[in-house]
Structure formats: structure tokens, C-alpha cells
Write a protein that binds this ligand. Structure first.
Ligand code: SF4
Length: 461
């Protein structure tokens, strides 16, 4: 996409606030029809489907210092005495799942995120892993992934994680430019990142992901191109290139991000387009939205085979798995409903101690939700819709059922985001950068929101 000239007017038209579609409906549109009182029944019902794979997400909220751009649920502390208490509560959540019989399901995807899971010392990492494997078996070839912060991760921790069976590592970089790093309070040298990757590969991790962010203060096309080139020398298996989600009304610390030094809309798009061109010319497959993977990576193979999925952890190669959420603010899906744990650390802890679960709220998926979710996920994962195939699946005309939505598509086609004919639509490469704008057409919740969507979601550009 380098050199691609996109008129400012088009960028302005598509720079909207929209969900990232790790679920549909997104959490702000949940109906609250299920909650803590339904968790036990959902677990028991899910336990009965013991041939279906299960995914597990564990949230570890602790970090030593706050990065200004952070959008995660974090608890900043250097007081490591908090760790054993946190693990004890996670063990209680696990016991609830075990008592419901969920241990009959095998894990296909097991992910620790945060926060910084490697904030935990080795003995607690091991205790937590043993607590999980005391309840669940892993399927052969299961994806066992952890997010690490190179600034606090030690070779001893990586050796332990490799021994335990972790095989995927994801690390945050955002930008290698020291000026940008200083502006966002995350100073992390290229050498430190390089050494952690080398160490993790030596310890048996078969896949490494690097997160980058564009739209941060002091970023320029030249500066970020250099970050991309440095990233390529590390040969990550996957790269996530996120647009900085500036939501200071939700994350108050982001008010300290100097907006006057953030690149303007046209430069931001150029930074992104240059990065897409650099990764694809280096042989990476553009998976969609903000993800790239080497051609032999499972994610590229799943994209080509049409089996790529998207869940609360982002793009996934593991199809249709229910997701057990553990830890403060963790979010999951069980027995046809979404559930989320309480987001305030001490309240979550109290809830788990009192009732065995920390669920705060949820959403029971209606038939319309499931249909729209399938359409949106097809756009996000395969970048295409075959209207005839959908009509066959629905037993009625797709174009008649979604006539209102389809009436919006010619404008997207005219702007070059999609190719459209009577049989279906295909997202173009330009449209991949605006995938959320295409998906939002089928999002009934987004369309009827009384509150302006810009207060609920980050902007696409
Ligand atoms: S290390 Fe990650 S989770 Fe922790 S504050 Fe920084 S961005 Fe947030």
C-alpha cells in the first residue's frame, strides 16, 4: 500500500469510532440477561459437551509501571506479596469450574495475558500452571501462550515456561524509537527485545508475536519505517500492528498522552500503509485489520483454508471453542452466553471468595446476534461474503433479509473498500485497513446506539 494516495476526505469519512469485533455484540452492548447467578448452570451445560474443545484465558493484572497508552485492566505495583493471594483466588475460580465438571473438556487454547503475567515470580508461575493442569488436560498440539514484558522477564522464567509447555510468546514493543518510548513511558531497548526473543526460541517457544502501535506521540513515517525494519530483523512469526486506542474518558491516565505531538490522520494512515507494504514485501501474509503472519504460520494457513476465527483474544486458529475466563476483568463465552468478571481487583476477589465466581455481567446471544456475529466474523476473518451461500444457509434470501445493510455497500465499493456484485462482496487491500467500517454495516447494536458511538469505542484512524 506504500505510496497509495488516499484523499483526506475519504480518511475523514472512515475515521469513525467502531468496535474491534473480538465479539459481537461487543461488551458495551450486552443485555445483562445473564450474570453471576447463571454461571454455575452455564459451566454445567458446557461440561456436558465433552468432545468440544475449550479455550482458557487467565488475566494477570499486575505491572511494575504504567505505560501511558495502556488500555488494559492493570494494577500497578512492585509489591510482589500480592502475587500468592491472587493465585489463591484464581485457584478458587478453577475449583468452581472443576466442581461443575468442566475438567472433562480438553484445552485447545490456553492464554495468559495482562497486565504482565511474568510479573509473577517463577514459583507462582509454576503454581498457577499446575493449578490449571490439575483440572484440565491439553489437547495434543494445544496453543499455550503467554504475554511477556521484556523489561521484567528473566531467562529463568523463560526456561520454566518452556519446560511447562508454553509454546507461544507475545511481547509488547510498540516502537523502538527512544523519543517515542520516552513520551509513552515505556523504555525498552532493541537489544533487550532481541535477547528475550533469542532466549525464548532457545527454550522451545515455537512462535513469537510482536505488538507494535501506530498513532503514538512523535511517530513519523521515517521513524516508524525504521521500527518496522528492526522488527523484521527479529523475524517474528506474527506481528500485531495496532492503532493506538485513545479513550481518555475510559482510561484517565491517557490524558497525559501529548495529543499535539501525535501524527495527523494522513500521516498516521501513511505510517500504517508503509508498514503493510514493508511486512508484505518481506513475505508476511496480511491476515486482516492489524495482523501479519509468516506464510508457514498456523494463522496464515488458517486464513488460506478459511478456518480462521476471532474471539476475545483476537484472531485464533482454534475453531468454535468456548472460552473460560479466569482473573479480574477476564471475559469469556460459555453455553451460548458471554460473561465478564468484575473489573475492580478487590471486588472481584471478594465475589470469588463469597460465591466461587467473580462474574459481574453477561449477555445471552439471541438468534439475530448469532447470525450477525457469523457475518461479521466472516468479514473479519475471510474478507468476503458470498450472498448465495448465505441464502442457502438461511433458507431465505440474504439480500432481502439484509436489504437495509446492503444498500450501504455501493458507497463502500465506490470508495474502493470492497468489490461488489450480485453474488457477493470481497474486501480489497485498502478495505482491509478499514475492515471495521465494512463490518459495522452489519452491526445492529452499533446502528441503534442512543449514545454516540465515539464515547464507547476507539477510532478506526
Ligand atoms: S506493560 Fe502492558 S499491560 Fe502493563 S501498563 Fe504497559 S501496556 Fe499496560
Amino acid at each position: 500500500m506504500t505510496g497509495l494516495s488516499v484523499p483526506r476526505e475519504l480518511l475523514e469519512r472512515y475515521a469513525i469510532a467502531a468496535p474491534r469485533y473480538t465479539s459481537y455484540p461487543t461488551a458495551v452492548d450486552w443485555n445483562g440477561a445473564v450474570g453471576a447467578a447463571h454461571w454455575g448452570d452455564a459451566l454445567r451445560a458446557a461440561a456436558g459437551r465433552n468432545s468440544a474443545p475449550l479455550a482458557l484465558y487467565v488475566h494477570v493484572p499486575f505491572c511494575e509501571a504504567l505505560c501511558l497508552y495502556c488500555g488494559c485492566n492493570v494494577h500497578i505495583t512492585r509489591n510482589t506479596s500480592r502475587g500468592p493471594e491472587y493465585i489463591r483466588i484464581l485457584e478458587r475460580e478453577l475449583r468452581t469450574a472443576a466442581e461443575a465438571g468442566l475438567g472433562a473438556r480438553t484445552l485447545t487454547q490456553h492464554h495468559w495475558g495482562g497486565g504482565t503475567p511474568t510479573w509473577l515470580p517463577p514459583e507462582l508461575l509454576e503454581r498457577l500452571f499446575r493449578a490449571v493442569t490439575g483440572v484440565f488436560r491439553h489437547e495434543a498440539g494445544a496453543e499455550i501462550a503467554i504475554e511477556v514484558d521484556p523489561r521484567v522477564t528473566t531467562p529463568e522464567q523463560l526456561a520454566l515456561l518452556g519446560r511447562l509447555g508454553f509454546n507461544r510468546l507475545s511481547l509488547g514493543v510498540q516502537d523502538f524509537d527512544p523519543v517515542v518510548q520516552e513520551a509513552v513511558h515505556r523504555e525498552q531497548s532493541f537489544e533487550l527485545t532481541r535477547d528475550i526473543i533469542a532466549e525464548s526460541r532457545a527454550r522451545g517457544f515455537r512462535s513469537v508475536n510482536i505488538d507494535l502501535i501506530y498513532g503514538l506521540p512523535h511517530q513519523t513515517r521515517a521513524g516508524f519505517a525504521s521500527t518496522v525494519q528492526q522488527t523484521l530483523t527479529l523475524a517474528p512469526d506474527r506481528v500485531a500492528l495496532f492503532h493506538y486506542a485513545h479513550v481518555p474518558w475510559l482510561k484517565k491516565h491517557q490524558r497525559a498522552v501529548d495529543q499535539s505531538s501525535v501524527p495527523g490522520m494522513e500521516e498516521k494512515f501513511a505510517i500504517f500503509a508503509d508498514a503493510v507494504a514493508a511486512f508484505t514485501s518481506a513475505g508476511y501474509v496480511y491476515i486482516g485489520l492489524d495482523h501479519f503472519a509468516r506464510p508457514d504460520d498456523e494463522m496464515s494457513l488458517a486464513r488460506a483454508a478459511g478456518t480462521l476465527q476471532r474471539n476475545f483474544m483476537g484472531y485464533s486458529t482454534r475453531a468454535g471453542a468456548e472460552l473460560l475466563p479466569l482473573g479480574v476483568s477476564a471475559i469469556g463465552e460459555m453455553d451460548g452466553s458471554y460473561f465478564q468478571n468484575e473489573g475492580e481487583l478487590f471486588t472481584w476477589q471478594r465475589r470469588v471468595e463469597e460465591s466461587g465466581n467473580g462474574i459481574l455481567r453477561g449477555h445471552r446471544l439471541s438468534e439475530d446476534d448469532k447470525l450477525r456475529r457469523a457475518i461479521i466474523m466472516e468479514l473479519m476473518c475471510r474478507g468476503a461474503l458470498d450472498f448465495e451461500q448465505w441464502s442457502r444457509q438461511l433458507g431465505e434470501s440474504f439480500t432481502a433479509k439484509f436489504a437495509t445493510e446492503l444498500a450501504e455497500l455501493p458507497a463502500l465499493a465506490q470508495d474502493g473498500l470492497i468489490e461488489l456484485d450480485a453474488r457477493g462482496l470481497r474486501v480489497t487491500q485498502l478495505g482491509q485497513a478499514f475492515l471495521r467500517n465494512v463490518a459495522v454495516v452489519f452491526d445492529a447494536c452499533w446502528r441503534r446506539r442512543a449514545e454516540a458511538p465515539q464515547r464507547a469505542f476507539s477510532r478506526t484512524l
